[in-house]
Design a binder for this molecule. Structure first.
Ligand SMILES: [Zn+2]
Ligand SMILES: [Zn+2]
Length: 255
């Protein structure tokens, strides 16, 4: 399994980080976790084959996590030399069907009928979905918005956890237990903490519960820019491997 950080940024425009998006290549699957503004062009920049995406899993409906979904579908309809026939699965928390219906109303029929099958799958808290014979996607609600969710992906080639946007939550820590790689948001410094997001101390507490093989911190606001984020999380009690995500960073996992 290979994980690539496509976008490690936030809503605040940044010269190097675009909004939230992570690409996972495992077996025949090409999965995007979130599809924030800038993601599609970064898929091209990092040569990740935007044409071949099989699944998009959205964590919630904030614009910094979904802004490039319409442009992905528009590109798959109009930007391919050969028309696509392979289906695309759009997965999201409760409300995704309604959300896509509204996008279709605004942008046009291609949102749900781009000329190839689009399967919409709602994954509520505790839900699970088999993506192929042996790969499972599981969802856990997060304290961020009413619908926000985190995911874990369990595959024969290893496991991945992705918090989406979240505050500290004990249930979430247990849900993410022992994943090989945990991509965790770390939005703001502890002295500027707000409800619904992690800080170095909250991220460390979550990691100490989940005990991932590797912690990757992402969704970094400018307030944390220039700070040694990994050191802050270690200082807060996390003693395992920790990296700070940057766009284009690849993590290989061998299960
Ligand atoms: Zn959000
Ligand atoms: Zn966000």
């Amino acid at each position: 399994m290979e994980i690539t950080v496509v976008g490690s940024g936030t809503v605040v425009p940044h010269p190097e980080r675009v909004c939230a998006c992570y690409h996972v290549r495992v077996r025949e699957l090409r999965i995007l976790f979130d599809s924030g503004p800038g993601a599609l062009h970064h898929l091209a920049r990092f040569r990740l084959g935007w044409q071949a995406i099989t699944h998009v899993a959205l964590t919630h409906f904030h614009t910094d996590h979904i802004g490039d979904l319409p442009i992905l579908l528009f590109a798959l309809k109009h930007g391919l030399a050969q028309p696509r026939s392979a289906p695309l699965s759009l997965i999201g928390p409760t409300g995704i069907a309604e959300f896509l219906r509204k996008l279709k109303e605004s942008f046009g029929d291609y949102m749900l009928d781009p000329g190839f099958p689009v399967h919409v799958r709602e994954l509520a808290d505790g839900g699970e979905l088999r993506l192929d014979d042996v790969v499972w996607l599981r969802a856990c609600a997060t304290p961020h918005t009413e619908a926000s969710t985190a995911y874990r992906l369990d595959t024969p080639e290893g496991s991945l956890g992705y918090t989406g946007d979240t505050d500290f939550d004990e249930k979430l820590g247990k849900f993410l237990a022992a994943v090989d790689v945990l991509i965790a948001e770390c939005s703001l410094p502890d002295d500027q903490a707000i409800k619904g997001h992690l800080t170095p101390t909250r991220a460390a507490a979550l990691a100490c519960l989940a005990r991932p093989g590797q912690l990757v911190l992402t969704h970094v606001y400018p307030q944390l820019e220039g700070r040694d984020l990994a050191a802050l999380v270690r200082l807060a009690g996390w003693d395992g491997p920790v990296d700070v995500a940057r766009d284009g960073m690849r993590v290989a996992v061998r299960g």
